[in-house]
Write a protein that binds this ligand. Structure first.
Ligand code: ZN
Length: 268
């Protein structure tokens, strides 16, 4: 039987054909740190066969999104969820000088002054607390707990676990490049523009709670005989009740503080 001429013949469904295309990326500033050594200092080419968010393309190169402050696709600033559908040139900038030269909207905030640190940054934590910064830290915390603390307390995540920093819920975070605690401290101060917020000796190095001045008479019972004789100024932790005074360790801390300040100033 012959079909009427206006009857449509069914066709097999076929996926939308997308021709493979090439995306070229240039990582600026110190984002090179996250690349394989062979990929540093050169344009990275990636071949894609479907629409892909620029965030996924960048992370596939090894760069966690919280490290990225500005993305230009073919010269235009875009958000992380911008979908790349054809050949494109992508310029990727970290927070700091290299991105602030552009007057575009930036992807990272610098207004966060509270942090949560992962269990491998145990030596950075007291440094930041010494400078007065609020750093949540539990060496036994699992990744899930770190992310919860970050989200619910509006903290920036400090970690050297790249996969964790790439987690979708992370908005603000930083991967300390150095493995040295003093250098990491300077890095964090620079990344979050904290230089004007330094408040040394105002926070407990042990538990992170603020310190308050306390009169000698209130704590005299708890002091060693020589401390009673030589010191008159005391602070008490509002969290764990530990007593602080400018004892022998104080000059060491002050020296470390001076060094950190000098390093920050020389780099700013
Ligand atoms: Zn304390």
């Amino acid at each position: 039987m012959q079909l009427p001429s206006n009857t449509l013949t069914p066709t097999r469904e076929s996926p939308i054909d997308v021709n493979p295309f090439t995306v070229r990326l240039n990582m600026h500033g110190d984002l090179d740190f996250f690349l394989r050594s062979g990929a540093r200092g050169r344009t990275i080419e990636r071949s894609l066969s479907e629409k892909t968010s620029v965030k996924d393309v960048i992370e596939a190169c090894g760069v966690p999104h919280p490290e990225v402050d500005l993305i230009l696709v073919n010269g235009e600033p875009v958000d992380f969820d911008y979908g790349i559908v054809g050949g494109a040139d992508v310029e990727v900038y970290p927070a700091g000088k290299s991105s602030t030269q552009f007057k575009y909207k930036h992807l990272q905030v610098t207004t966060i002054i509270k942090f949560v640190a992962d269990g491998h940054l145990g030596r950075l934590v007291p440094n930041l607390r010494l400078l007065g910064f609020d750093v949540a830290y539990d060496p036994r915390a699992e990744d899930r707990q770190l992310l919860n603390t970050m989200e619910h307390e509006n903290r920036a995540l400090l970690t050297r676990d790249r996969r964790l920093l790439m987690h979708a819920v992370v908005k603000t975070g930083y991967y300390p490049r150095s493995q040295n605690a003093d250098e990491q401290t300077v890095e964090v101060i620079r990344r979050f523009d904290l230089f004007r917020s330094l408040a040394p000796f105002t926070r407990c190095l042990r538990c992170n709670a603020p310190l308050q001045d306390v009169s000698k008479i209130e704590v005299i019972e708890r002091l060693e005989p020589l401390t009673k004789i030589y010191y008159d100024k005391f602070r008490r932790c509002t969290g764990c009740d530990h007593i602080y005074w400018p004892g022998s360790h104080f000059s060491k801390l002050q020296k470390r503080l001076q060094q950190i300040r000098a390093d920050c100033a020389s780099l700013s």
